[in-house]
Ligand binder design. Structure first.
Ligand SMILES: Nc1ncnc2c1ncn2[C@@H]1O[C@H](COP(=O)(O)OP(=O)(O)OP(=O)(O)O)[C@@H](O)[C@H]1O
Length: 265
């Protein structure tokens, strides 16, 4: 499986939000999307998981334009874990995860025991089996996040798209979730705010600023103090993490006069 976003541009209310973005995710690769608030990360992801149609360019999975596929066919290839309200109806956890099988079902292809087993497997994989009978609305933010990840896994996607998967998670569950994401072996494109987590868990990063990719490559090469200063407007001191051996950035505020201008669209 290979995702290739080619010259993707997205306009909202006549404002360019994503401009000429090229992104690839190779088989089994975990690719991070980082950038300041409002830089267009979620909008770009929506173009990829087929919720917001790009105004120009294409997002292709194995050469298929995701926008040329039916919604159901696209959902068999791409699963998204996004920040979403629970909705009005109180489904239980198992029902929520079962929804991940709906792209495969139809009047001619009703749910089978194999589908139910996939639901169980997905719940087990994220450690949410003890929550299976609970009402989704009664879960904590972190529990909800894990159940939504289980739903995405039940979809058996070729590509996982995650928008801030560590949102709401305590520090242990942040590490566990990203560790799980890596172990899944599924090609993944994930927006992450925490640059140190992005560096620790992603094979490659794309840095978005004002809707454009301003840097890309392995985290160690991309997250230089210069780039962090220019794009995020903070100082960064790199060091080697004493346990993991990965590059770790310590941040500090820059004096107001030294703040660099944000990249213009
Ligand atoms: N439906 C919408 N209507 C109007 N403006 C929108 C809409 N969706 C996104 N935008 C604007 O597009 C810009 C990019 O938003 P987006 O959510 O893609 O950024 P982001 O990088 O994911 O931000 P954050 O890190 O804060 O989640 C923002 O200025 C936002 O206000």
């Amino acid at each position: 499986m290979r995702l290739r976003a080619n010259e993707l541009s997205m306009v909202i209310d006549r404002q360019p939000i994503v401009s000429g973005v090229d992104i690839t995710v190779g088989p089994g690769e975990v690719v991070g999307l980082v950038g300041p608030n409002g830089s267009g990360k979620s909008t770009l992801l929506r173009g990829v998981y087929r919720v917001l149609r790009p105004d120009a360019g294409r997002a292709e999975i194995d050469g298929y334009d995701v926008w040329a596929l039916s919604a159901k066919a696209a959902a068999r290839r791409v699963a998204a874990l996004v920040q979403e309200p629970a909705g009005d109806v109180d489904f239980d956890v198992r029902e929520i995860v079962r929804m991940g099988r709906s792209p495969y079902l139809s009047a001619l292809r009703p749910a089978t025991a194999a589908d139910e087993q996939l639901v169980t497997d997905a719940l087990e994989r994220v450690g949410a089996m003890p929550l299976a009978g609970r009402g989704f609305r009664t879960l904590s933010g972190g529990e909800k996040q894990r159940v939504l990840l289980a739903r995405a896994l039940a979809q058996q996607p070729d590509l996982l798209v995650l928008d801030e998967p560590t949102n709401h998670l305590d520090v242990r569950h942040q590490l566990e979730t990203l560790d799980l994401m890596r172990r899944l072996g599924i090609a993944t494109l994930t927006a992450l705010h925490d640059l140190n987590l992005a560096a620790a868990y992603c094979d490659r990063l794309y840095v978005l600023a004002a809707g454009r990719v301003v840097a890309s490559g392995p985290p160690d090469e991309v997250l230089s103090p210069e780039l962090v200063g220019t794009v995020f407007g903070v100082g960064a001191v790199p060091s080697v993490h004493p346990v993991t051996g990965r590059t770790h950035l310590a941040f500090y505020p820059l004096p107001a006069a030294a703040e660099t201008a944000t990249v213009r669209r």
